[in-house]
Write a protein that binds this ligand. Structure first.
Ligand code: ADP
Ligand code: XUL
Length: 515
């Protein structure tokens, strides 16, 4: 059996698979807000941070780990788990003093993880991906290395506020003493893997690429970026490796306390998006994943390594080898909710039948679908911009907003040069057939939704099975199955309509951003 873990923003989840029986044996989740209310983080982070700061308490992640294993061990036989792999929310970082490695190797099963590791932290809270406080540090790193295109060429992304390098620089600038006392900096992913292994684990390429520190050419830490970020950083970072090889055994803390076999091995953990790429069965080019969550994300395996000339998209490592892209759109469900509330309707107005009623208007009315600041494209929008050729009825406004969102996505993913053979849709809004059909129509590709919802934890379990010698594609064929009746075919009559709307959308966007 193989265990996949995902330590995400709001919860820690586990999926145990048994490839021999082709079954999922157990899945379980601990919700930080609900199950650990003492951390006062209802959504997994400390509310009301100042100056764009969004932090979480790493002790909460440790308590979640103890709680998850306690509850899992009550419901499943953990002695049969051969390998554990996992993923973490990307970009978040955890800071430790020189005592950390010794504390990890001598953990007492009679006590909790958090009580034993808290004195090793040099920074009590961890900046996470929602943090936007590092604009100044991004500018400094960019200037020091020689411009945005240089940072992007080396690391796969422009310097980005939530990325770990700019966050580390800000820590060094604001608390140089604590930075000086820090001898180990982990990502959320490598931190959780280290705790399981009882020793510091390396950082996986996939997740490491979200730091603005990894050189994608040689997959080593980039000396120029390290120097531009903070002093002596090379000594504080674990080495970068692939997540596909189990490099360590389980620590005696976990084997004694939760009945895991002492032969169980641990893989380096990856990021939640690379793990999701695996769990969505999309590690080969041509398969695109669109996640319609709070924000919308578009990610896909890349046929060849290249970077976004406009600097909006990111390049991360693909756990199956090569690279993946990720493009994040801040105005996702939040924008859909704004229009829904403005029109005093519910989600049924976005459903298939309602959208069919406005199908004659396809591509005729344009909306730049942004209710607030956007990152793709980067611009401080205040409200949607419309250019309608027909009267603005509620039905047409909904169609036009959704078309605008997916045209914007199509426009800003063109640089990847991917031929979209199939789209796998996930996230809260993916269950809405109307929205899913518009994705199929705008991209002119079939859309599917999968049976298993937690794609990152599933992907991690598949990585664990692959590390044991199973074939990844075979594992994906077993576990990444479309839910029955979830396939939607594009209306090919709209192919021309949306190709022409794409050009008009691009023109409107350019005009607005310039003005
Ligand atoms: P996240 O993981 O980013 O927290 P989810 O993937 O759980 O978000 O998606 C939650 C969002 O899904 C909600 O904010 C809501 O706007 C949207 N949503 C839920 N149900 C529907 C629906 N039937 N139609 C459209 N959107 C929906
Ligand atoms: C990706 C990103 C988020 C986090 C949390 O760049 O910031 O998707 O990985 O899920």
């Amino acid at each position: 059996m193989f265990l996949g873990l995902d330590s995400s923003t709001q919860s820690l989840s586990a999926i145990i698979i048994d490839p021999a029986s082709r079954k999922i044996i157990a899945s379980h989740s601990v919700n930080f807000g609900r199950n650990l209310p003492q951390y006062l983080s209802p959504n997994g982070f400390i509310p009301e941070g100042k100056n764009g700061e969004v932090h979480s308490n790493p002790l909460m992640w440790l308590d979640a780990l103890d709680l998850l294993f306690r509850e899992l061990s009550e419901n499943a036989d953990l002695s049969r788990i051969e390998i554990i792999a996992g993923s973490g929310q990307q970009h978040g970082s955890v800071y430790f003093n020189a005592k950390f490695d010794h504390s990890l190797s001598t953990l007492d099963p009679a006590q909790s993880l958090s009580s034993q590791l808290s004195s090793s932290l040099t920074r009590k809270t961890s900046p996470i991906w929602m943090d936007t406080s590092t604009g100044e540090e991004c500018a400094e790193i960019t200037a020091s290395v020689g411009g945005s295109s240089e940072v992007c060429a080396r690391s796969g992304s422009n310097a980005i506020e939530r990325f770990t390098g700019p966050q580390i620089r800000r820590f060094w600038k604001t608390d140089p003493d604590a930075y000086g006392r820090t001898s180990r900096i982990h990502l959320v992913s490598s931190f959780i893997a280290s705790v399981l292994a009882g020793k510091s684990m390396p950082i996986d390429f996939g997740d490491g690429a979200g730091m603005n520190l990894l050189n994608l050419g040689d997959l080593e830490w980039d000396a120029g970026l390290l120097n531009a970020t903070a002093p002596e950083l090379d000594r504080k970072l674990p080495p970068p490796v692939s997540c596909l090889t189990a490099l360590a055994g389980i620590s005696t803390y976990f084997s004694t306390k939760y009945g895991i076999s002492s032969n169980c091995k641990i893989c380096p953990f990856t990021g939640d998006n690379p793990a999701s790429l695996v769990g969505m069965g999309a590690t080969t080019p041509g398969q695109v994943v669109i996640s319609l969550g709070t924000s919308d994300t578009y990610f896909a395996a890349m046929p060849t390594a290249k970077t976004d000339p406009q600097g909006y998209g990111h390049v991360f490592g693909n756990p199956a080898g090569g690279f993946m892209s990720l493009i994040c759109f801040r105005n996702g469900s939040l924008a859909r909710e704004c229009l829904r509330d403005e029109l005093h309707v519910d989600w049924s107005a976005f459903e298939k039948e309602s959208l069919l009623a406005s199908s004659d208007s396809a591509g005729k009315n344009l909306t730049l679908p942004f209710y607030g600041a956007e990152i793709t494209p980067r611009y401080d929008f205040e409200k949607p911009v419309t250019d309608f050729t027909e009267e603005q009825t509620p039905g047409r406004r909904i169609r036009s907003l959704l078309e605008g969102q997916f045209l914007n996505m199509r426009l800003h993913s063109q640089w990847m040069g991917v031929t979209t053979e199939r789209i796998r849709l996930t996230g809260g809004a993916s269950q809405n057939d109307g929205i899913a059909q518009l994705v199929a129509d705008v991209f002119q590709a079939p859309v599917e939704r999968l049976e298993v919802e937690n794609s990152a934890a599933l992907g991690a379990a598949l990585i664990a099975a692959t590390a044991m010698g199973n074939d990844l594609v075979e594992m994906q064929n077993i576990y990444c199955k479309p839910a029955s009746n979830s396939l939607l075919q594009p209306n090919t009559e709209l192919g021309e309509v949306y190709s022409s709307a794409l050009g008009k959308y691009a023109k409107l966007l350019k005009m607005h951003i310039k003005s």
